[in-house]
Write a protein that binds this ligand. Structure first.
Ligand SMILES: NC(=O)c1ccc[n+]([C@@H]2O[C@H](COP(=O)([O-])OP(=O)(O)OC[C@H]3O[C@@H](n4cnc5c(N)ncnc54)[C@H](OP(=O)(O)O)[C@@H]3O)[C@@H](O)[C@H]2O)c1
Length: 299
């Protein structure tokens, strides 16, 4: 299948490689051209604009940081919307807001093109291993058209309806759950350290008796070991997601007081210059607030 791919960040690079290795004909665009090198070495064609990446593609994938990036890439004069053929599909795999998702769906429909919102679960390591989980929403035939792409980058798809905004809402609600879990772990780890207890003792109890979850195990270890760099998913993107969840709550009249608190912790981290570290770095905010500094003496 002919796949256009826009975005060569932490997620985009491994996803592109897996598409190439699955036998797809891939055309790549990234704002910073150097980051297309890995894909080019594996046989992707590198082009000069998002429109060129979309031109002639059956499916064009975008996976970019945020709403502004996706809007810039889609609606620019040399953007995806102008380059994509009639009947071809844009699979939007970034985590973006509900209003932007609606705007994209409407614009593509007006242009006679398909649009599928398909945000993903899984960090870059999962992307490398083709182990992402896709949450897809859009017209059923368009979702079907994207299936070879989803199969190359992931191990499963939740099809959540025809209205693309449903996928955006489900992704934002889920990331809010994850962010809140990280904040809870961060606070609990700071608490036990203040009492002179090794946080590994806490993790032992939590992981065997309280909440058995690979997510808690993984993030509990990252926070205990203070392994925040290199980031898999940055604090800056975590701030973006919780902010988008709050915006979705405002639009619908839902109340998310916990999200407001977690957003404040993300904001604190970003304001302190930690935006580029992993979002598990909420652990650093909690230990800092408790006057603990680094357990490893690095601070
Ligand atoms: N990392 C994860 O664990 C993870 C997991 C699930 C979902 N996601 C979501 O996937 C998306 C990408 O995440 P990532 O971690 O791959 O991010 P990333 O490493 O920061 O990459 C961001 C990408 O967006 C591009 N970009 C940013 N602003 C742009 C603009 N104004 N115009 C054109 N391109 C622009 C960047 O281009 P340059 O190279 O030129 O900067 C880069 O290709 C985000 O929506 C994120 O929430 C991430």
């Amino acid at each position: 299948m002919k796949v256009g791919f826009v975005g060569q960040g932490k997620m985009g690079v491994p996803m592109t490689l897996n598409l190439i290795w699955d036998g797809h004909e891939v055309t790549v665009f990234n704002r910073t051209r150097e980051k297309t090198q890995a894909a080019a070495e594996e046989g992707a064609r590198v082009v000069e604009s998002p429109a060129q990446a979309a031109d002639g593609a059956d499916v064009v994938v975008t996976i970019l940081s945020d709403d502004a990036a996706v809007e810039a890439v889609v609606f620019a004069e040399d953007g995806v919307l102008g380059g994509l053929g009639k009947g071809a599909v844009h699979a939007s795999m970034s985590t973006i807001g509900v209003a932007t998702t609606r705007r994209l769906a409407e614009a593509h429909q007006a242009a006679g093109q398909g649009f599928v919102a398909a945000p993903v679960f899984g960090r870059p390591e999962a992307a490398e291993a083709s182990k992402l989980w896709v949450v897809a929403a859009g017209p059923a035939d368009m979702v079907e058209r994207c299936q070879p792409v989803f199969a190359a980058v992931g191990y499963g798809v939740s099809k959540v309806g025809e209205d693309a905004t449903r996928a955006a809402v489900l992704k934002l609600a889920s990331n809010f759950v994850l962010a809140s879990a990280i904040e809870a772990l961060a606070e609990a780890i700071a608490l036990v350290r203040k009492h002179g207890i090794d946080p590994r003792e806490l993790l032992d109890v939590v992981n065997t008796r309280v909440i058995r979850s690979p997510f808690y195990e993984n993030y509990g270890t990252i926070i205990t070991d203070e392994r925040y760099e290199p980031a898999g998913f940055s604090l800056e993107l975590g701030l973006k997601d919780v902010t988008l969840a709050l915006r979705a709550a405002e639009e619908s009249g839902a109340s998310l007081p916990l999200a407001a608190l977690v957003r404040d912790r993300f904001q604190t981290a970003v304001s302190r210059g930690w935006g580029e570290i992993d979002w598990a770095g909420l652990g650093r905010v909690s230990s800092d607030a408790a006057g603990l500094g680094s357990a490893r003496g690095a601070d």
